[in-house]
Design a protein. Structure first.
Ligand code: ACO
Length: 326
């Protein structure tokens, strides 16, 4: 019998603290009007002092396990997609493993905002290969610690949060129908945290120059995001062997409403079929698409039998898409 890998449980956790556009007006020279009209973001969540990526991830993981009807000891593997892990090492996945009481292998995956669909592709492949049966994948970010809160071109965009999914064998008629992964390191300089790694270990100078914070060429990233996300959506649909009209809901990476609108226009997916929640959370990088999927399911926007396309784009550059039948 043909097997498919798919998602059998979802979880989500966002920190309690809400930072509104109006509050940002008192931090940097910006306006609620600029942020709303240029990005679509109204507010974002900010982790409490001492609340790390593994804390958010563990909360989301516990809910995903509960919704899958599983315990931590049932897990065969944990993959955490993050670019704001607790430390350079050990991996955030190892910290999550202990926090939730699991004992299985665990590793991190760094694909920035494309982290969740990358992790989904890895997990789906390993389930289909028969190597692991139950895999927990998580997208978790506390980017607020890596933002220059005086740089208005970036600090208004990002937020903290985590989403989790359990991937397992779901039988023949549903699950992951296709995955498409891409990367182009020639554009690595467009979006990065320059210091803190081996290329520029942290120093007094690097901190004084704020090189441990996120730097982005927003307009270049914008153009490449639109082109590559639109292309990736169409590629995943073609690989799934279904027509565009079959897609019931498109879940795009939630970075900028104008990017989402442009991707919808290019792919001819009506906006009524596009899930948007960036107004509440801003860009949560690897947590963005999984939190959106969680909310789409919870709110009833996704029903059994629906076809869902998911697409993400981020630093690397990386981009990725998948089509699932729910
Ligand atoms: N408030 C007020 N004015 C601002 C702000 C702000 N918060 N930020 C920038 N401006 C100003 C700029 O200084 C500029 O002023 P100038 O014309 O006097 O120089 C003007 O607004 C226009 O700036 P642009 O950068 O051209 O604005 P743009 O329309 O491109 O929007 C944005 C900027 C929102 C960053 C957009 O380019 C974008 O969303 N880019 C893509 C981000 C993204 O998708 N990232 C992907 C993944 S993230 C990851 O992987 C971690």
């Amino acid at each position: 019998m043909k097997r498919n890998a798919g998602i059998v449980g979802l979880g989500c956790y966002v920190p309690e603290k809400i930072l509104t556009n109006l509050e940002l007006e008192s931090i940097v020279e910006t306006t609620d009007e600029w942020i709303r009209t240029r990005t679509g973001i109204l507010e974002r969540r900010i982790a409490a002092k001492g609340q790390s990526s593994s804390d958010l991830a563990s909360q989301a993981a516990r809910e995903a396990l509960k919704n899958a009807g599983l315990g931590a000891s049932d897990l065969d593997l944990i993959i955490v997609a993050t670019i704001s892990g607790d430390m350079l090492f050990p991996s955030t996945a190892c910290l999550v493993q202990t926090k939730i009481g699991a004992t299985c292998p665990a590793f991190d995956l760094a694909a920035a905002c494309s982290g969740f669909p990358y992790a989904l592709a890895m997990a789906g492949g390993l389930v289909l290969a028969g190597q692991y049966k139950k895999i927990l994948i998580i997208g978790s970010e506390v980017l607020s610690g890596f933002i220059d809160w005086q740089d208005r071109s970036t600090c208004v965009l990002f937020g903290d949060g985590a989403g989790a999914a359990v991937v397992s064998d779901v039988g023949p008629d549903k699950g992951i129908l296709s995955t498409y992964l891409a990367a182009d390191g020639r554009y690595a300089d467009l979006l990065k945290i320059p210091a803190g790694g081996s290329a520029m270990p942290p120093s007094l100078e690097s901190v004084q120059q704020k090189l441990h914070t996120l730097k982005m060429n927003g307009s270049e990233v914008f153009k490449l995001a639109v082109r590559n996300m639109a292309d990736a959506v169409l590629k995943a649909i073609a690989l799934a062997g279904i027509s565009l009209e079959k897609i019931d809901l498109l879940i795009p990476h939630q970075a900028n409403l104008r990017i989402i609108q442009a991707v919808a226009e290019r792919t001819h997916v009506p906006l009524s079929k596009v899930f948007i929640n960036l107004d509440k959370y801003g860009n949560m990088s690897s947590a963005s698409t999984i939190v959106a999927l969680y909310e789409a399911v919870k709110s009833g926007r996704i029903q059994p039998g629906n076809h869902i396309a998911m697409v993400a784009f981020g630093s690397g550059l990386t981009w990725a898409s998948t089509v699932m039948k729910w």
